[in-house]
Design a protein around this ligand. Structure first.
Ligand SMILES: [Zn+2]
Ligand SMILES: [Zn+2]
Length: 314
């Protein structure tokens, strides 16, 4: 009887351990795997920028080539937009490093290859997202992009933004009365728009420009997510829009509400959870199964008789 009771206690412990490990695995392993292997989708990154669930703060890190630092006007326009469209409780800016293009060995000042850009972001990125702070790493360069010299800005890796300030200045100068800071503000907000998945990055958008994927077709009016900044050579040009159109604003709401789908992290987790459940059940079975292999032990009742010679026990 006592053995039976002990087995029941053991079985309960097995059940508790199994359930606990399944719950812990299911809750934490997907996040851990995604963090380790960087398995996040673009809209999940977007949600990190928009929500305050995991990251309540946003840090904007600026690195720049001397003489090509971000303007106050562009920086504050970006902060205003983020305050409007995200739930971040605090937005901080850090002027991190001055990029030393000569000392760093980047071949030609003024023209940057993809590899130049990758090595600059590797070398100069100081802040990465952690605890409750999401990070956006912005790099201001003095020249143009070698692959497409009329590109004003770039986004990649879900948190890097590159601003070609010299290209922006040259573009603005071609027009009359167009302040380069207005163009710069538009480009900076535009690149942030890509970081939050606009337009149609990882979801379907009805107003995505057919000729320029992931840009707004401006069917609801001027929008900062248009594919290009319109500059009239030698003529008066109105400052480009620095805000999202109402369709892009609706997209932001949609992006915020997308539920995470099943990815590699979830498949790995489910395999491990099934494994834990199986190991748990096997142990549960072993603990509760009567042990037939061992010799039976009987309770022995003893009667004595006594005689003069010896005592015998039966
Ligand atoms: Zn773009
Ligand atoms: Zn738009």
């Amino acid at each position: 009887m006592r053995k039976m009771k002990r087995n029941r206690i053991l079985a309960s412990i097995v059940v508790i351990i199994t359930v606990l490990s399944i719950v812990i695995t299911a809750a934490h392993l997907p996040v851990f795997l995604r963090d380790q292997a960087n398995l996040y989708t673009s809209y999940e990154y977007a949600q990190m920028y928009l929500d305050d669930d995991r990251y309540s703060e946003l840090l904007i890190e600026y690195n720049y080539v001397v003489g090509y630092q971000p303007s106050y006007s562009a920086r504050s326009t970006l902060v205003e937009r983020i305050e409007t469209y995200s739930e971040k409780r605090e937005i901080r800016e850090v002027m991190s490093d001055e990029i030393d293009i000569w000392g760093g060995g980047y071949s030609e000042r003024g023209s940057y290859t993809r590899e130049d850009i990758y090595s600059i972001v590797d070398e100069y990125t100081t802040y990465m997202r952690d605890d409750n702070t999401m990070v956006m790493n912005v790099f201001y360069l003095d020249g143009e992009w070698e692959e497409e010299p009329n590109v004003l800005g770039l986004t990649f890796g879900n948190h890097y933004v590159v601003m070609f300030r010299a290209t922006i200045e040259n573009a603005a100068q071609r027009s009359q009365d167009l302040d380069y800071e207005d163009v710069e503000s538009a480009v900076l907000v535009h690149e942030f728009g890509h970081l939050i998945s606009l337009v149609g990055i990882g979801y379907e958008s009805a107003h995505e420009d057919e000729s320029y994927p992931h840009h707004c077709d401006e069917s609801a009016g001027p929008c900062v997510m248009a594919a290009s900044v319109q500059i009239k050579e030698g003529e008066f040009t109105a400052p480009p829009p620095t805000d999202f159109c109402e369709l892009c604003i609706a997209d932001i709401e949609h992006i915020r509400s997308i539920e995470p789908g099943w990815g590699i992290a979830e498949y790995i987790t489910s395999v491990i959870v099934v494994g834990e459940a199986m190991v748990g059940s096997v142990w549960f079975g072993i603990v509760l199964t009567p042990d037939k292999g061992k010799k039976k032990e009987y309770e022995v009742y003893r009667e004595y008789y006594e005689n003069d010679f010896k005592k015998k026990i039966y």
